[in-house]
Design a protein around this ligand. Structure first.
Ligand code: ADP
Length: 403
């Protein structure tokens, strides 16, 4: 049995060739309708299997040509397609006198069965030759062009969608690229600045003979190194958090005590910015958590509340029991956060003002580390803020009854 496979896609064509060969057919192929017509006239196959969308002459055209001529009218034609898949397409295929219409992708076994059924049916005269329903050329052309128009509309729609997706992906890539540049510049800046200060003051201290000045230079150098240490600690912690290594070691903590210790540690900074820090926590409030880690969260929130405040502003830290949890709030009267930026605030290296020349120090890791710590304590961290008015950062941790 001879079959002619017509498809412009070489992969689809080869697959069919191999499948049909393996099933015992003698198979030849063509890559479009014009080439197929020539081969059909030469070798009179028992069946033609053709794709619909092809250059030069498509499957509709090929089928129509075959059904116009006496020598070829009896050759059964199967048309298949992955793009002409509407019911209307199928109708047109059948009205052109095709023996069957198959949607791509198809399942191999039923496909081969269908071929066998058609070939033997035709040979035995069990299946009668369908006659083309549309004989009038005008009617055919109008139906055919409607199908093509529909196909084109679908393609244009698909292309528009793909285009939109590409545009979004491109703009996301550009943002990521910009972010990456900012992050690199920012981390470099934040690591280099304190080091430059420390080195400068050490040089001054070495050549200074006045003991008081020498001490002052040494103190400034130490402060700069502490800042450097803080940046490095943040980077290391972020790497730890990424690997899920921030496992809390739980102990009972007095919440007021831990908050007061944090305030004491940051008091010099608050004074330098003329920020008034106050605390409202009941003495008998206890929580269960990793002392160092919770202190770290508090330090970060308080540091931000001072850093992103205004001169002469206020910070209030409060904590209270809420069911099984302790809820802590760090409230400031600072610059606030625009609503559209709040969703990303706890993302790694996200900074509302991402300019590398920004006046605030930091590399945008504090809140993401804080979130990791709080979540490792099965708590929640969130923010309420109004741009220009100030922010309230909240977090929860498990409460502990006093023992
Ligand atoms: P960093 O302070 O190192 O930039 P964080 O992760 O601690 O990083 O904070 C991320 C960003 O969130 C900050 O850069 C800032 O834009 C914003 N932010 C954090 N806390 C406040 C706050 N209290 N007020 C206004 N903006 C804040």
């Amino acid at each position: 049995m001879k079959i002619l496979v017509v498809d412009d896609n070489i992969n689809d064509r080869n697959l069919l060739l191999e499948l049909l060969n393996a099933d015992g057919y003698e198979v030849t192929s063509a890559s479009n309708g014009v080439e197929a017509l020539e081969k059909i006239r030469e070798s009179k196959p028992d069946l033609v299997i053709s794709d619909i969308m092809m250059p030069e002459m498509d499957g509709f055209g090929l089928c129509r040509e075959l059904k116009k001529t006496v020598e070829t009218i009896k050759i059964p034609v199967i048309l298949y397609s992955s793009s002409f898949t509407d019911r209307e397409d199928e109708k047109l295929v059948m009205e052109e006198g095709a023996a069957a219409y198959i949607r791509k992708p198809f399942e191999i076994k039923p496909f081969l069965e269908k071929i066998r059924e058609i070939i033997t049916g035709y040979k035995a005269g069990k299946i009668s030759q369908p006659m083309p329903g549309i004989l009038d050329e005008k009617e055919y052309l109008s139906l055919y062009s409607r199908r093509l128009m529909k196909k084109l509309e679908n393609k244009v729609f698909e292309l528009e969608n793909a285009n939109k997706k590409l545009e979004t992906a491109l703009s996301e890539l550009e943002t990521i690229d910009r972010l990456k540049d900012n992050i690199l510049a920012n981390v470099t800046h934040e690591l280099r600045t304190p080091l430059t200060h420390a080195l400068g003051y050490v040089e001054l201290a070495i050549s200074e003979t006045d003991e008081t000045k020498k001490k002052e230079y040494s103190r400034r150098s130490r402060d700069a190194l502490l800042r450097e240490n803080e940046v490095i600690t943040h980077l290391v912690e972020a790497a730890y958090a990424d690997k899920g290594l921030l496992k809390p070691v739980f102990e009972t903590m007095n919440v007021a005590q831990i908050i007061n210790e944090t305030i004491q540690a940051l008091l010099p900074k608050a004074q330098a910015y003329s920020i008034l820090v106050s605390c409202e926590v009941k003495d008998e409030l206890f929580a269960k958590g990793d002392r160092n880690q919770i202190k770290h969260v508090l330090e970060n929130l308080l540091d931000n509340a001072i850093k992103f405040n205004r001169k002469g502003g206020k910070v209030e830290i409060s904590a209270c029991r809420e069911d099984e949890m302790v809820k802590v709030c760090v409230k400031d009267t600072g610059i606030g956060i625009p609503e559209e930026k709040m969703g990303k605030l706890f993302d790694k290296m996200y900074q509302v003002d991402s300019e590398t020349t920004r006046k605030f120090g930091g590399i945008g890791l504090g809140l993401s580390i804080a979130k990791n710590i709080v979540e490792a304590h099965e708590g929640r961290i969130w923010v309420e803020s109004k741009a220009g008015e100030g922010s309230k950062f909240y977090f929860t941790m498990p409460a502990q009854e006093r023992t």
